[in-house]
Design a protein around this ligand. Sequence first.
Ligand code: GLA
Ligand code: ZN
Length: 645
Amino acid sequence: MRIGVDYYPEHWDKSLWRADADLMKETGVKVVRMSEFAWCRLEPQEGVFDFTWLDEIIEIFEERGIDIVLCTPTNCPPLWFYEKYPDAVQTERDGRKTATGIRGHRCLNSPEFLNYSDRIVDKMTKRYAAHKSVIAWQIDNELEANFCFCETCVGKYRSWLKDKYGTLERLNKAYGNDVWSGEYSSWEQIKPPYGHYPQAWLNPSFMLDFNRYASDGMIAYVDRQAEIIRKNCPGVEITTNVWFCENMPNFYKSFSNLDFVSYDNYPTTRIPDNAEECYSHAFHLDLMRGVKRQSFWIMEQLSGGLGCWAPMARTTTPGMIQGYSLQAFAHGADTVVHFRWRTAVSGAEMHWHGLIDHSNVPGRRFAEFAKLCKTAETLQAVQNTELKSDIAILYSPENEYAFKIQPQTNGMYYLEQIMLLHSAFTKYGLNVDIIGQHEDISDYKIVVAPEMYVTESGVAERLYSFTEQGGTVVLTNRSGVKNEYNTCIMEQLPTVYRKLIGAYVEEYNPIGYDSGMLRFADGSTFRCRQWCDVMAVETAEPVACYDSDFYKGKAAITKNRYGAGTAYYIGTVGEKSLYYKLIKEILLEKEIPFVDGLPDNVEITTRTGEDMTVRFIFNNTDKEQSIQLEGKAISLLPFEMKIER
Ligand code: GLA
Ligand code: ZN
């Protein structure tokens, strides 16, 4: 298990470099990441390259046995480039050019940008190909599926549509463009969503394709860089760092040609009042592990209080630096790189705190980081273990786009139910895989498929055969609503899943911020919210019925035997305790061992190796909590943990 730091030699006087590297070595830092924003120092004038400073710092790290991740610096082309090619600046929705002087403002389709980007990537990767210490390349930085509205990009978008549909007739039909006289009679009439009116006014079919295109466009750029790197540095691993941004790319596609996933992880420094929200860190980490279904890196990890475009937030309190990094290991990361070694003294992010403060005096946070480095060394044995899970939750970027395009009702968003279901399994101390909808699910015992809104080809079929062969599937409301073009399927909901769940939606009530009640057969009642599917059972049996509103007594949750397996359908959104109850019943039914009575916000994950099982027990709160586990264990951690036998 490896700890690293993000380092910006270009921000610091050279006189600091050796002392920094010495301290890193002494502290136990194993890897540094550099250069993602350093283009103007690598090519200070057009065609004039200066790698000498990077050579020097690389040598300093090499001498100390510290490995290096180099980044292609393409996030920020130098200003001389924009001066010469003003068209290469990204164009915004309203037709204006993005202000330069920030970052990430290049048009990824500009032929000039691509030429210059190819050239710097090529030069850099050739130069460092022979360095064994350069163990990986990071492409650009936090690329997003943003859309540039320049003519070149609009043209690309039209070509993407042409490739997909071939003829306007097919496209018009797929989108149902007869509504509001929206039929295209020439490709030039296809315009991206200019203007600032709500997205929901636009045709959702058009918008979903637009999101898909934006993602594909970003991925084409990633692949283009990856090809150059691979050619020049065969065998060296390639990644790009991602986060949960507004315009997310399709992670499954964006990493398909890369070697590992890396994620920028900034968990909260303020324990929320509703502390169960804390399970969301676990959720994001599980989702990242599931992208390639293998171990991953944290390329930027929280180190201090955040603040730059927002006012400064609370600092990392004692335990957070160690805790959050170990939590990442617990969920499948094998390398955690802290952002950043030292807080910047200039630039927009001078208040985004690193491990060392402006004073350059290593303080409390640094001392904790040093302990973390030592702890990670004691966990070497964990390296060869993996997280195995009986439970998979399906996630789909397409559904996420479609829910953002058309919010279903007040307060409802795609990730919420997924997170609720994830936290129910987390609450029982279980590993949970979050995987893409197109993955093989045959080895799982339970597959949770929330809000299968846009019907992607092959997915329903896989869920049918999984259930038929004995699996348990959990589906929820808003499933089978749309076809792949994001138009409504003209069948009783949940359309393609109706046979599987043995029930259908008679009618639905989007109750938004209001709430209702439902009652289980054992008399227990729970609050339901946002959405109520009023279910008519066919082969299914009701598990819980509504206890309020005009559909009182009608099924809200159903259970159906299908083949050798079982399909549950949750037609509403419940409070957390509802999921705890239901999931517990399912776990008992499937005879999956779990930990009952785990205190709120404590998680347990298990990494298994050939000859050892490692359990990570993580307390998300700032209060002492105790749990009882069966069996014997030894503590792998060098610090105090009370173990009572
Ligand atoms: C992101 C970026 C970093 C930095 C941090 C903190 O994760 O990748 O360059 O901006 O946020 O702001
Ligand atoms: Zn553009």
